[in-house]
Every structure is written in C-alpha cells, then in structure tokens.
Write a protein that binds this ligand. Structure first.
Ligand SMILES: [Zn+2]
Length: 147
C-alpha cells in the first residue's frame, strides 16, 4: 500500500468517525427536545389532575354521596403522572450526561464527584453514560451521500 493510499484510508476513516459523532450529537439534541416536550405535557396533565381532584373534593363536601372511590382514583392518577415526570426528568439528565445532587437537587456533570452548588459528595461511581440513541425510521432510511 502506497503512502498516498494510507493517507486516503486514514482520511476516510476520520471523516466517517466525525460524521458518526455529529449524527449522534444531533440525535441527542432531538431526543432531549422530545423529552422536554413530553415533560411539559405531563406537567399540564398533572395540573389538570390536581384541578380534577379539587373539583371532586369540592363536590364531595356538598353531597351525601360517597366520593371516596373517585378521590382515590384521582389521587392514583396524580401519583402516576408524578412518576412519569420523574422518569422523563431522569432520561433528560441521562442524555445530557448530568446527575442530580440528592441534597440540593442541582444538576451536575456526570463525572463530578461533589456537587457544584452545596459541595455534597455525589452518588458512588459515575453511571454508564453510553445511552443508545434511537434512530427514527425516516432518518435511518435517508440515502447516503456518494463520496
Ligand atoms: Zn448539592
């Protein structure tokens, strides 16, 4: 193999790598934006659920009917939505390679050992941050450019 061929090989390899990194970054940005949208929607749902619980409670105070089941149902809904929001927030942190301080809830870089805000030691060893980035079907099917 000539020097020139080696150079071309290396260049192609580097270009390919750079493209991979770039597309992965874009994937992360898209994913975080999608998660943030989900988070907003879940927060709206939570507000609606709280309002519903308030309305049920109000009605229950003005009625002789038994509203306990309805109240329990509304409370379950709230608990479920809160759990969803927690999960979404956790996913966002994972994609951003952040970890949350257990004491003051500040987001820190995943590699940080101590909280940047309150100085508390952060949880154990950094978690595995290599999250697979889901590729949308239409993106995956996009034609490769000819080199
Ligand atoms: Zn802290």
């Amino acid at each position: 193999m000539s020097r020139f061929d080696e150079f071309v090989d290396e260049f192609v390899f580097m270009a390919k790598n750079a493209a991979d990194v770039a597309s992965k970054k874009t994937g992360e940005v898209v994913e975080v934006a999608r998660l943030k949208y989900q988070q907003k929607q879940a927060e709206w749902d939570l507000e609606k659920a709280y309002a519903k619980l308030g309305a049920i409670y109000y009605e229950s105070q003005n009625s002789k009917e038994d509203f306990r089941d309805a109240i329990a149902l509304a409370m379950n809904e709230i608990t479920e939505i809160k759990g969803n929001i927690k999960k979404i927030e956790e996913s966002i942190r994972t994609y951003r390679k952040m970890q949350r301080c257990g004491k003051c809830a500040t987001d820190n870089d995943v590699s940080a050992l101590y909280c940047s805000s309150c100085g508390s030691p952060l949880d154990d060893a950094p978690i595995d941050i290599d999250v697979p980035v889901p590729v949308k079907q239409d993106e995956a099917a996009a034609p490769e450019e000819e080199v």
